[in-house]
Design a protein around this ligand. Structure first.
Ligand code: PLP
Ligand code: TYF
Length: 396
């Protein structure tokens, strides 16, 4: 049986991360997978989630099934965090939200819903992309395509190219967008560019799917949600996947949310029913442990303040590392333009290095980044940032 089944090549990100693990050198640097590390190289377990987990464990509740859509308190917390409590869409109850298995689960259920509702529509994804976007939506039966996104010259967004590509699309095409901290490039749209894009989306009647996996890692929790809130305010109907993997450092608990902004409350109720139908067909209902902890943090003022402080600290450390690399390279290799480190934001940056340079960094210096030249900035710490800057200066 299964003689015809092909081997799985694996995820290229995990493949390079494994190469790093196998490297015996003490001064090796891991800039591969998107994980947030503290300055001592550890992955944090936040005080707020530890407190919430204890609180829940002490209640000794039986582990019965959650509803298909997840916990009400969690879903309400997601809406307030993503859209803002003052949002008209939130207050009019025209958003359908479910608790999902991370951001990935939200993308999958959202893709299933979209493909069933609009079977002839195709999905358009930024070039370059987080590879899994193509895999997930392809798995939903949706044909995926690319729109221009990154300008290698400016190391910023090719906004003209992006707008020109999206302007060609038929009505009801799906467009995958990153509201902040674009993975893999770190290059984001400005507020003015979002406004122009929203106008185009309305004119062409496109269906946006916003994937927000790094809320709080760019400018702040509210600031990073600008695109989501501006779109809701403009009356666009769209989907948002949000992930708590990074901003709660809660990767394996698989916590995220899928929100669908609808015309009115009645439409949101129907859409919630369809989301539940897709959850039922995919995995029946979400797990409760992480969900309870996040719901507790989002609904308890002291714990919430603690969480905001933790996110602020993670973001500040990323900023410091970005600035340090920029400052050191300006001194060590003045001919090399490292301004992308301070212009791009969030977890990732595109270094623009050649394949030869990337390979040399890996083999000669033990500095591991993805083949695309993407670095995960939190792999840098006060201990290794000087070594990273010197290694980079040596290959450029
Ligand atoms: N979307 C993007 C852009 C990501 O980078 C990630 C990765 O972490 C995800 C979605 C998936 O998030 P999760 O790990 O919560 O499934
Ligand atoms: O891009 C990254 O590094 C993160 C982590 O299949 C990740 O998004 C990578 C690959 C994957 C799931 C998560």
């Amino acid at each position: 049986m299964f003689e015809h089944v092909a081997p799985y090549a694996g995820d290229p990100i995990f493949r390079i991360a494994a190469q790093y693990q196998a490297d015996q050198r003490e001064n090796k640097v891991n800039l591969t997978i998107g994980l947030y590390f503290e300055d001592d190289g550890s992955v944090p377990l936040l005080d707020c989630t530890q407190a919430a987990e204890k609180h829940w464990a002490a209640k000794k509740l039986p582990r019965t099934y959650l509803p298909m859509e997840g916990l009400d308190t969690y879903r309400d917390g997601v809406q307030r965090l993503v859209f803002g409590e003052q949002s008209e869409a939130y207050q009019s109850k025209r958003i359908a939200t479910i608790q999902t298995l991370g951001g990935t689960g939200a993308l999958k259920v959202g893709g299933d819903l979209l493909h069933e509702a609009y079977p002839d529509s195709q999905m358009w994804i930024s070039d370059p992309a987080w590879d899994n976007h193509h895999a997930i939506f392809g798995g939903c039966g949706i044909k995926t395509n690319k729109y221009r996104y990154f300008d290698a010259q400016t190391q910023g967004v090719d906004f003209e190219g992006m707008m020109a590509d999206l302007a060609q699309l038929p009505a009801q095409s799906f467009v995958l967008l990153h509201p902040c901290c674009h993975n893999p490039t770190g290059a984001d749209l400005s507020k003015e560019q979002w406004q122009q894009l929203i106008a185009l989306i309305k004119e062409k009647q496109l269906i946006p799917f916003l994937d927000m996996a790094y809320q709080g890692f760019g400018q702040g929790l509210d600031e990073d949600a600008y695109a989501v809130r501006a779109m809701a305010q403009a009356g666009v109907l769209f989907l948002v996947a949000n992930s708590f993997s990074k901003n709660f450092s809660y990767y394996s608990e698989r916590c995220g949310g899928l929100s669908v902004v609808c015309k009115d409350q009645a439409a949101a109720e129907r859409v919630l029913g369809q989301l539940n139908a897709w959850v039922r067909k995919n995995y029946s209902n979400p797990p409760s442990h992480g969900g309870h902890a996040i719901a507790t943090v989002l609904n308890t003022p002291e714990l919430y303040q603690g969480w905001v402080g933790a996110v602020d600290a993670m973001r500040a450390r990323i900023h410091t590392m970005r600035q340090t690399v920029y400052d050191r390279l300006t001194e060590l290799a003045p001919h090399y333009d490292a301004s992308y480190m301070i212009k791009q934001q969030g977890m990732f940056s595109y270094t623009g290095l050649s394949s030869e340079q990337i390979l040399r960094l890996r083999e000669e210096f033990g500095v591991y980044m993805l083949d695309s030249g993407r670095i995960s900035v939190p792999g840098l710490t006060t201990k290794n940032v000087e070594y990273y800057a010197k290694s980079l200066a040596a290959v450029v």
